[in-house]
Design a protein around this ligand. Sequence first.
Ligand code: ZN
Length: 462
Amino acid sequence: MYEKYFVGPERRERRSVEEVLDLFPKLAFDAERADEDREHTPHLLERLSLFAAYVEGHTPEPFVWDRRASEVVAPHPVYRDEAYRRGDLRDLPTLDRARLRRTQRPFDPEAAGATSVYENRTSGTSGAPLTIYYSPEHMARSLHLSLPMAAVRAGIRGLGARPVFSVLVTDNPALPHGALLPTPWELSGHRLIWHVDTADPASVDDLDTMLRLLTPEVISSKPNLFRILLEHWERAGVPAAPGPLFLASGGAMLPDRTRERLRAVFSCPVLSVYSTGEASYLGSECALGTMHLNEALHEHFESVPLEDPATGEEGLGELALTSLGNTYMPLVRYRVGDTVRLSRDTCACGAPGPVLDELRGRTTLVFDLGDGHMLSPTRYMDLFKNHSELREYQLVQRTPRSFLVRIDLIPGTPSDGREAACVRVRDAIASGMPVEAEVAWEESTLETEGTKFARFRSEVTA
Ligand SMILES: [Zn+2]
């Protein structure tokens, strides 16, 4: 089903891993990971085929909570409740991050038969990070299927001709030299993760050089980073010819204005891709710009009442997901943390399945420090990793160049170490500023559960 979106073998041009590494020797490359992914090729192709059929109108059977579902969740302590052994999906409790944090080891991959587990932390864009477990198959899906599925959803063709399929541009300092993820299949070329330091013009030039040399078919990034790079690209011009077939924006909602500017610079479709660390790709936009959820690979999406209904308008709810494909961490009625307006009316594009008429929350702002200096808060993504005593924080911009950081330390941090811990966090934030800025701090207890917490806030009005 997916074949028509990809060019055939006669039009494919490939470069070996060695050739790419010769050009960019600093890129990390994990040969073991690459072998592992290749083993999953038949599975990946089967899943992509299923997804393409779904997009083209093959509606899967409606999901029912049955014996199989019950068996998938049985090994995991968070699903010990008797209700999961019987009953109807609608009668099961919803699961949220607060409950996962309260439960000692909520998931037990070994009991679910795991021999190798990928452990990761969510990026923490919505609430403090969680430990998440991926089965090897789920890992391969999350690495390699999201962008092909986004392309199929939007009806983009001609994929897979070039040596590099996609480049994910990140400012996450955890990956200072980027990484090469070689193609696990013949269908499309390599994937790259490329780190850029937006405060360093040489780093931005390196990004352009790479784009010119490798001409990826897809450039993906986050809205805040796209916005900062746009300032550069609008001045310096398009970095690559031929340009990308499409741009993919994830991690937060893409503001209309940023989308228009990206379209103007690259002359190609710009798609929003909706994903979470816990479940990877949830959905993406069709050619008409409607956000479709993926019920081909996840079991079920629903809108559940907001925890604080007083804040909602009619028709708004919180998105809850049931997804059993990652058997090491199956999710049942899992509250994703986003306020949505979900509809099951068929989109004008003709594809069946649930769509989001509205998706709120998940806006990542960019701090404007004046005189053309911008700060992307995603550059602080490694803060939790480097400061184990940090539970949560909030960075508030008070004037263009003065900030307050509210710091919430994990319970049990000894009282004589608290101030030093806070100062370390403050210093890490201050040192990430592209220009001199004042950063004050205070210790604070932050209410982070639910859909309303914003880690980054600006009190500066445009
Ligand atoms: Zn549609």
